[in-house]
Ligand binder design. Structure first.
Ligand code: HEM
Length: 165
């Protein structure tokens, strides 16, 4: 049943690539290249780029929320964390992740607030890049956190064989 572990990690990492990769692409490529303030004719292209980015954001959010919630449940059932850092780090990571999902969705949207934010895309994209780097650093701390199977001896490892390492 290790496929459950691999499948969840694959879905989570793919979600992270779609969401964070899209943010970096918008900040470093699309916005500088399609800036209506510099080239008024690029407006329609900028709109099209944002709409396509919006679809990537939705796919990334769906993959991250589903795989993240299931992983959170499985890890909390299977392991305890003697150093106590895992849950606070996970909590901060989830809050930062929800902020990324909200800001990116608004920035790619068509609402009056979206239009207002789209007049200063660099400011919001800079915030998204900083939050994304923070989430990735927190994920690294979680992955390295010392964990002890709740069934303490190795022979009692959970039968579904998910090692999460
Ligand atoms: C911007 C959104 C997010 C990004 C970029 C992100 C990124 C990552 C990355 C890169 C990993 C390590 C993957 C691996 O090596 O297996 C990870 C692990 C994890 N993430 Fe996320 N994540 C995000 C949102 C979430 C959310 C919303 C949740 C919970 C609802 C979540 C829960 C987890 C859990 C439980 C792990 C596994 C850590 C472990 O094995 O102990 N993540 N995340």
């Amino acid at each position: 049943m290790a496929w459950l572990d691999y499948g969840l990690r694959f879905a989570h990492i793919l979600g992270a690539i779609l969401l964070v990769g899209g943010i970096v692409f918008q900040r470093c490529v699309a916005v500088p290249a399609l800036d209506p303030a510099r080239d008024p004719t690029s407006g329609p292209d900028a709109d099209r780029s944002r709409q396509r980015w919006g679809r990537l954001i939705l796919a990334g959010i769906a993959l991250l929320l589903v795989s993240g919630l299931v992983q959170t449940a499985l890890v909390s059932i299977a392991y305890r964390f003697p150093n106590g850092e895992y849950n606070p780090v996970l909590g901060v990571k989830i809050l930062a992740a929800l902020a990324i999902m909200f800001v990116a969705s608004v920035l790619a949207g068509r609402s009056p607030v979206s239009r207002k934010w789209q007049r200063a895309p660099r400011r919001w994209l800079n915030l998204l890049v900083v939050l994304s780097v923070t989430v990735l650093l927190l994920a690294g701390i979680m992955r390295k956190a010392e964990r002890v199977p709740k069934k303490s001896d190795a022979a009692n490892e959970p039968t579904w064989g998910v090692t999460m390492r």
